[in-house]
Design a protein around this ligand. Sequence first.
Ligand code: GRF
Length: 212
Amino acid sequence: MDALVLVSGRGSNLRAICRAIDDGRCEARIVGVVSDKRSAAGLGFAEARGIPTRVVPLEKGDDRDQWNVELGDQVASLNPELVVLAGFMRILGPPFLERFPGRIINVHPALLPSFPGHNGPKDAIKGGVRISGCTVHIVDDGVDTGPIIAQAAVPVLPDDTPETLHARIQVQEHRLLPEVIHRITLGEIELDPLKIKAAYADPSKFLSVPNV
Ligand code: GRF
């Protein structure tokens, strides 16, 4: 499975995917890392590993549709079979999404559909939930609304800050995301939103990956 990773920040999920590939836990090849931010640490990591990188910045006042087209051009030039959003902090629009239908997944630091958006761990603490976690889902044109592929849970502890909770969630992200990519490669997970929705009706076919 040729996968491309979109990052905006430190890229710990990108590193986790690469670690899993190196360890033989994830059958995939990272064909490129693309970012909207030149400063994204994930880019430096990718370069050091010899992975092609591209930057498509989005500045204030830029035309969003045009940015989506340019991002799509850069991603398409690397020929990925799968596009993985791992800490990519921009909302993708139809000009991008329509070029990679059913081939884009995202990892989110909350148990969707609760707490979508930029502050998953903070919102979970504010919401008073005792269990949170991470979700890997197909990307659609909403904010963290696409069909859920897999989830992993962590406890929310009484003294948690958004940072301590996020750190606990990330341990699970680093396990879950490479596992989902591996299962997509094996054909155990089909990125067909209709099939995933249908699987919800039959728990025996549910595509969640339990906690270890
Ligand atoms: C992760 O928690 C992911 O769920 C969210 O952004 C964070 C990115 O972390 N979408 P990193 O850049 O992979 O370390």
